[in-house]
Design a binder for this molecule. Sequence first.
Ligand SMILES: Cc1cc2nc3c(=O)[nH]c(=O)nc-3n(C[C@H](O)[C@H](O)[C@H](O)COP(=O)(O)OP(=O)(O)OC[C@H]3O[C@@H](n4cnc5c(N)ncnc54)[C@H](O)[C@@H]3O)c2cc1C
Length: 348
Amino acid sequence: MQYEAHMGAPRPDDRAVGRDTAVLVLRQSSRARSLYADMVIRQALFRLSQQQQLRSIATTNPVARSVSRRFVAGETLHEALEAVRDINAQGMTATLDHLGENVAARPEAVAATDDGVHSFRAIQAAGVRSNVSIKLTQLGLDVDPDFAFANLSRIVEAAELYENFVRIDMESSEYVDRTLEFFARLFSAHHNVGVVIQASLYRSLSDLEQVVKAGARVRLVKGAYLEPPAVAFQRKEDVDANFVRLSELLLVQGRYPAIATHDPRMIDAAKDFARAHDIAPSGFEFQMLYGIRRDLQSQLVGEGYNVRIYVPYGPHWYPYLMRRMAERPANVMFVLNNLAREVRGHRR
Ligand SMILES: Cc1cc2nc3c(=O)[nH]c(=O)nc-3n(C[C@H](O)[C@H](O)[C@H](O)COP(=O)(O)OP(=O)(O)OC[C@H]3O[C@@H](n4cnc5c(N)ncnc54)[C@H](O)[C@@H]3O)c2cc1C
């Protein structure tokens, strides 16, 4: 509309310009429409990710389970370790994530803690190169913070015993204060624990400065949760600009930082910055999610960069899968096509 207002009535020699402008208007409005459609789909997927009923329908459905395998390494630790072995063989390391979040009862949180503790022994026995990522709401943060802290301490102590490392994933903004507080308490006694900072949040520059000053290992991500304008950038350009700014700070001042993204522009920016500041590729790592941009993963390995793959596994994959679809609505088509193919296969 703005373009039309500026144009006025077209004169004969303005025709070509008018045509170009009309094409531009059409292109811009179709881009705006598609951005709007993406946003609506994203919001719907985020809402669906929180539906308990759908979660149990999806996770018990054999067809949906088989489709989830595109982004989830398997349902058992054994399957996940096989995936890690394969990843190691391609020159990359891994971080295992036993899927689960927002548990509402103590026994579930205790089981998740036991699994976390056990995984270090299993990693060592399998002889693979992997650390472990965990979510505090999986350890009972919603049930009782002191109980969750005790569970987290058990996992970090087990990691220490096996000379391994624990990354505390960052969940939605309501958990950020508690996550950073738990992290700081643990980090004062154990240095084999790291945290995640989300570029989407306004507060992240100041959070990052603090954790970097403490000498902690940080994974920088864009942020996977739908956050309100009061706390988070809403435009992708703003999140991206903040990601670049925070990654530069991390590369210069951080301790073996992790730049976790599949965005080639973010990756190129980090590479260029590191090169310009004489930061060796061995001084940091790129991280990506299992099953996403495998081409880029092996390209980075070929160029001599360290790459770590986040390997999610376990039967509670539903919210994780929904977040992956929300990040890229094209994945919805991928999943629907595969579902249709599987259903046809089952009918035969
Ligand atoms: C190792 C790792 C750990 C993470 N841990 C956390 C965490 O603790 N807390 C948290 O909030 N978030 C976490 N995330 C998720 C992160 O916040 C983003 O939501 C996610 O990485 C997508 O953003 P992007 O940086 O890849 O960039 P985007 O701008 O979203 O995507 C850039 C390009 O990457 C590809 N891509 C991105 N996502 C997908 C997808 N789902 N499927 C297919 N292609 C895709 C597409 O080609 C896309 O164009 C983690 C991500 C990684 C890689």
